[in-house]
Design a protein around this ligand. Structure first.
Ligand code: PMP
Length: 409
């Protein structure tokens, strides 16, 4: 409905969206995925390397637990804001089993995915102007979550010449009097980089020496290939435990992206503050989803072992095929399910009479011409790269990269 009224400058109505939210961009990864899905729905044979989403269904025993939970009226009600007590206990037990970190259930907050855990953790940790060091290429939501919480992201770039891993010297060069938190993720999205135990110990020591906090995102903990020697920062650096937040969730490990269950683990005062926020913002995660997550984390790791086998196979295929394209350089990722090739060698040239000058242009061009969706490095603070998720079926993967090979042959 068009309004007849004119809005005078400076009136409350002339300020429409707040500065805080006006500064936030749409998630680039979700945008690419939505575009690919929309084209697919129109009948176009798009192959999507965009979303960080396993192609497997959620394992049956988890789905069955959810179906059963739906039938129980008790699960049609709110749960405590911080999560079902039995789920918090199971998450504490799972954490001891998988990473070796000992935590009390009171140190767990169950959130709507790892994404909300990251937002809640930053909201609980940051005052306006506090700086957070963010290794780049970074997952697209980190800087936005930091800024929403009033903080300032400070990027530290590590490119393929250093296996996409930051060094202590780089971190030290970025540190100021306002630095409060280091964001750390291994295996990494978007690069798949996995830090070794020694590298983690060195970074943890630097965090401690500078009396900083660390938020460590462990959502890909089970997707580490080749038996790499790695671990959880608060386990390798136990002195950090009172100043460390661990983020995790069921999305990637159990193919449960749509169920929206994640969690943060941290010192009791911080978790209490984040739980208070949640009690006003969302009350609690959907009860049935929490029951499904309970079945997931209480069960064994057989399903993720199967998925990992498939991802490992696809990892070798995609890296080999991408490296066959002149102008593309793709290091072998050590974890997660992303390939992050440099495409700098393809840029600055004309294709079909059109100048492709950036990885953002390139991503658009390949979606149009080859019907292949990938996310440009611009979304991760590092232009000149593409992120291709290899969590899609083997045949689609080969077909998609073959289309790219033909396009650039
Ligand atoms: N952290 C990282 C590094 C991720 O890649 C993702 C998902 N793309 C998340 C957290 C959040 O996952 P979810 O909210 O689906 O649990």
């Amino acid at each position: 409905m068009a309004s007849e009224q004119t809005v005078s400058p400076g009136s409350p109505r002339s300020r429409r969206v707040s500065h805080r939210l006006g500064a936030i961009a749409e998630s680039a990864t979700l945008k690419v995925d939505a575009k690919a899905k929309a084209l697919k729905a129109e009948g176009r044979p798009v192959i999507g390397f965009g979303a960080g989403e396993p192609d497997f269904p959620t394992p049956d025993y988890i789905v069955e637990a959810a179906v059963e939970a739906c039938r129980q009226p008790a699960n049609h009600r709110y749960t405590p804001a911080g999560g079902l007590p039995e789920l918090k206990k199971a998450i504490a037990e799972k954490t001891r089993r998988d990473s070796g970190l000992e935590v009390d259930p009171s140190q767990v907050l169950v959130t709507n995915g790892g994404k909300q855990a990251i937002y809640a953790a930053f909201a609980a940790m940051l005052d306006p102007g506090d700086e957070v060091i963010v290794p780049a290429p970074y997952w697209t939501s980190y800087p936005e979550a930091i800024q929403l919480a009033g903080g300032v992201p400070v990027e530290v770039l590590a490119d393929e010449t250093q296996e996409y891993k930051v060094t202590v010297d780089q971190l030290e060069a970025a540190r100021t009097d306002r630095t409060k938190v280091l964001l750390f993720v291994s295996p990494s999205n978007p690069t798949g980089a996995v830090y070794s135990s020694d590298e983690i110990r060195a970074i943890g020591r630097w965090v401690e020496d500078n009396q900083l906090w660390v938020l460590t995102d462990e959502i890909y903990e089970h997707l580490v290939y080749d038996d790499a020697d790695t671990g959880s920062m608060p386990v390798l650096c136990p002195y950090l435990q009172d100043n460390c937040v661990v983020v995790n969730g069921v999305a990637k490990t159990y193919a449960m992206t749509g169920w929206r269950v994640g969690w943060m683990i941290g010192p009791p005062d911080l978790v209490k503050a984040a739980t208070n926020l949640q009690s006003h913002a969302t009350s609690n995660v959907a009860n049935v989803s929490q029951r499904a997550a309970l079945a997931a984390v209480s069960g064994d790791l057989a399903a993720v072992a199967e998925m990992k086998k498939a991802f490992d196979r696809r990892r070798h295929t995609i890296v080999a095929m991408l490296n066959e394209i002149d102008g593309v350089v793709c290091p072998m990722p050590g974890g997660a399910f992303y390939a992050y090739p440099s495409v700098k060698g393809l840029l600055g040239k004309e294709y079909d009479g059109r100048l492709i000058d950036s990885s953002a242009d390139l991503a658009e061009y390949i979606l149009e011409k080859a019907e292949v969706a990938a996310v440009p490095g611009e979304a991760f603070g590092s232009p000149g790269y593409l992120r291709l998720s290899y969590a899609l079926g083997d045949d689609d993967l080969v077909e998609g990269v073959t289309r790219l090979q033909k396009l650039f042959s």
